[in-house]
Design a protein around this ligand. Structure first.
Ligand code: C5P
Length: 206
């Protein structure tokens, strides 16, 4: 069983995907962390995320054991990740790892931007998780403040809009709802309600 979960930045897809994975005892892969790690490693190697060759070199050496690094969640890393993620060759370099993860016998929940459209077009169930930019900015703002980061809600909203534009506007695997994905708008849903809605959709498809 493969459950593909796509959606924009801060839509709640990560929280939701982790809970779904536990519920069905499936492995979980946050593919955003791959692009974040590529951005981190490009910069550590002295490269510029806008330089496709530098980002590809980092993508080809990515170490899956470094994806839990809390530094990957920092504000600037998400921004740099969306820059490296626009390079087609970076996406190609990360494809095999994602596809092989999807094949493990236990089945998997995989979240990202192009899982239902490119990585796992034959996924058992596809969810497309959204919320308004304002609601997503509000949630991300509370998380950042909670983590001691000094930022205003307007700055977070501007980050989110810029990232949406880049993720939706790029040529290589843009953020797109697959035709057969179930739309889950979490704007007015609590985490529990979003989880329940997801489980209902998945159970109905099994
Ligand atoms: O999901 P997260 O915010 O951690 O992703 C960081 C960035 O990585 C996104 O803004 C997006 O540009 C990129 N990404 C992607 N394809 C994926 C997952 C993430 O392009 N499957």
């Amino acid at each position: 069983m493969i459950i593909a979960v796509d959606g924009p930045a801060a839509s709640g897809k990560g929280t939701l995907s982790k809970r779904v994975a536990v519920h069905y005892a499936l492995a979980y892969l946050d593919t955003g962390s791959l692009y974040r790690a590529v951005a981190r490693d490009t910069v550590i190697a002295g490269g510029d995320p806008r330089d496709e060759d530098a980002a590809v070199a980092a993508a080809e050496k990515i170490d899956p054991d470094t994806l839990e690094d809390p530094g990957l969640r920092a504000r600037g890393v998400g921004e740099a990740a969306s820059i490296v993620a626009a390079h087609a060759k970076v996406r190609t370099a990360l494809l095999a790892y994602q596809r092989s993860f999807a094949k493990q016998p236990a089945g998997a929940v995989i979240d990202g931007r192009d899982i239902g459209t490119v990585i796992c077009p034959d996924a058992t169930v596809k969810l497309f998780v959204t919320a308004t930019p304002e609601e997503r900015a509000h949630r991300r703002y509370l998380q950042l403040i909670d983590g001691g980061v000094q930022v205003t809600e307007d700055e977070v909203l501007a980050d989110i809009r810029r990232r949406d534009e880049r993720d939706q506007g790029r040529e290589a695997a843009p953020l797109l709802k697959a035709d057969d994905a179930h739309l889950l708008d979490t704007t007015n849903l609590s985490i529990d309600a979003a989880f329940k809605a997801a489980i209902d959709v998945i159970d109905a498809a099994l």
